[in-house]
Design a protein around this ligand. Structure first.
Ligand code: TEU
Length: 543
């Protein structure tokens, strides 16, 4: 399962990408229509969020049938066509596997509820609940029908955790993975996969809502190795990425070291918590640059030294847009977007682009709670009110933090509904679509910059393969790193602020070659001044 490290992944939230039927919801035919756009951008693999049958309590992460296409998005024939058209354009697909839990509408849960003991053992049932909290608020346990027992749901009540200790469960889930692999997909993204290993005896855990009791349990590694061996393990070039909730470097090294045969890479979220007050998501705080820089350096270096592999990203369907979090978008949207892009596309790991990022899309700037759909946001709003926040304060927090910020329809052009649909979309379009859309941005600054970054990774093995070493650690403003391959060296400097900054350029790069920058005419010398949000990559010509 050796992956091609030159590849770049593009994430599509199918509900919001392109609607071809006029029902306000994106669909598989919409994805097919836009494959040439993706090929033009230059990406190799497309990760699709779940499009399986689901009551959509959590937008498809509550799956009621793992081996079918939700008619909302199209048919199995559409899916097969999508794979085929993708192949013609050099684009493969990565599917989202939600194997930690299934919808309570799934027949396994329904049979269990009806009294079938075989299926009851598919779930985690206990006489007494522990004190763990659901990630979407409230207890992680709900009554299991009228049996007097409780079932575990680390997420919404409608998402029942599956019992991986039961070999029948594993067998069924591996079948699901093989079903889609046999349909020609070339990768999987495994949802919250570091939560699948639950202990036999579950105990109270007052720390951090109970997370240490069920996160990264040692048996998780065994399950991943079993899955690898039973499914994709022998597929050359197959790409797997685990979404790792509150994980550690130590565990991510184990999950991703090739010789362990678990996964190809891991997503972690530590760098996206640097604007949390006291580790709490539903708060407002300016991002802490030193914390971000420290995390990037620590993960970059330790994963590099330990031969692990990171998935690199700032945006996904669970995060507000990074531009709104890290950049003064009023004044420097383009500079900020290109700097953020370079800071991960030139780093060590596989870069992920979340739809709309390549055109610098922003949070939608909604005016009222009525515009939000996401279950987590709605719950959070209620909880904030219960905690004594005013309606205005609670709204301000949801507006800054809601997952819906990134789930708004893709902005294709300046026509009604941003060219996403001919009808009212399921989630309101962002306010900026008339100026920020694919049509205008294709000849703007951001989209072409992404194209260049993707090409550079294809052409220069120092980018795809080189080691990672922290640089300028003491800077309060610049996140910088060096890459190294044989006697080649590359320095990447990223100014994370709207103020200029001057630094002493490391001697090896003073006569170097500028590989890419988001400002024209960069002169190198002993002193170097970086402009607002400037990114600059320099190849050392001295060896
Ligand atoms: O998210 C995992 C997860 O831990 C989320 O709680 C995430 O941290 C949170 O949304 C940020 O506030 C995955 C999926 O990506 C998400 O869309 C699903 O809702 C969740 O699993 C349950 O399947």
């Amino acid at each position: 399962m050796v992956i091609d490290k030159r590849q770049v992944v593009y994430q599509i939230y199918p509900k919001s990408f392109k609607d071809t039927t006029g029902n306000g919801v994106g669909d598989l035919q919409g994805i097919i229509e836009k494959i040439p756009y993706l090929a033009d951008l230059g990406v190799d693999m497309v990760w699709l969020n779940p499009f399986y049958p689901s009551p959509q309590r959590d937008n498809g992460y509550d799956i009621s049938d793992y081996q079918a296409v939700n008619p909302l998005f199209g048919s199995m024939a559409d899916f097969e066509e999508m794979i085929e058209v993708g192949e013609k354009h050099g684009i493969a697909f990565m599917l989202d596997m939600v194997l930690n839990h299934c919808s309570t509408d799934h027949e396994w849960f329904q049979k269990a509820l009806a009294g079938d003991t075989f299926y009851q053992d598919f779930f985690i049932l206990r006489d007494e609940p522990t004190d763990w909290l659901s990630k979407f608020g409230g207890s992680a346990w709900s009554p299991f029908g009228n049996t007097g027992k409780y079932y575990l749901h680390l997420f919404d009540q409608s998402q029942a955790d599956l019992n991986w200790r039961n070999p029948h469960v594993r067998q069924e889930l591996f079948k699901v993975v093989n079903f889609w692999k046999d349909k020609g997909v070339r990768g999987f993204r495994f949802d919250v996969i570091n939560l699948i290993g639950k202990d036999d005896v579950l105990v109270d855990c007052p720390i951090n809502d109970g997370k240490p009791a069920y996160t990264d349990r040692p048996i998780t590694h065994e399950y991943l190795h079993m899955m690898n061996q039973a499914t994709f393990g022998e597929e050359e070039g197959f790409m797997t990425v685990g979404e790792m909730s509150s994980t550690t470097i130590e565990n991510c090294l184990l999950y991703t070291a090739p010789e362990r045969e678990e996964l190809s890479m891991a997503f972690n979220f530590h760098h996206l918590k640097v604007d949390y007050q006291d580790g709490q998501k539903w708060t407002i705080k300016a991002f802490d640059f030193k914390e971000l820089q420290g995390l990037f350096h620590q993960w970059g270096e330790e994963m590099s030294q330990g031969n692990g592999w990171n998935a690199l990203f700032y945006n996904n369907h669970d995060q507000p847009r990074a531009l709104n979090r890290f950049i003064d978008v009023e004044n420097f949207r383009e500079e900020g977007a290109t700097m953020l892009a370079a800071s991960i596309h030139l780093s060590r790991g596989t870069p992920y682009i979340y739809m709309g990022e390549e055109i610098g899309m922003l949070d939608p700037d909604y005016d009222s709670m009525a515009d939000y759909v996401d279950v987590e946001s709605l719950n959070a709003y209620d909880i904030l009110l219960e905690q004594g926040k005013s309606a205005a304060e609670a709204f301000a927090i949801v507006k800054a933090k809601s997952r819906d910020n990134s789930r708004t329809p893709m902005q294709w052009n300046a026509t009604a509904h941003a060219g996403f649909s001919t009808n009212t979309p399921w989630l309101k379009v962002g306010k900026t679509y008339q100026t920020i859309n694919v049509e205008t941005e294709k000849t703007g600054k951001i989209f072409p910059f992404y194209q260049r970054l993707i090409k550079l990774r294809k052409n220069l093995s120092i980018i795809s393969e080189g080691d990672y070493k922290a640089a300028y650690q003491n800077s309060d403003q610049v996140y910088a790193f060096e890459r190294q391959l044989g006697d080649e060296k590359l320095l990447v400097l990223n100014n994370f602020f709207a103020q200029e900054v001057t630094l002493d350029l490391l001697p090896d790069y003073r006569a170097g070659q500028v590989l890419i920058s988001n400002y024209p005419d960069v002169g190198l010398g002993q002193k170097l001044t970086l402009k607002p949000y400037q990114t600059l990559a320099i190849l050392s010509t001295r060896n």
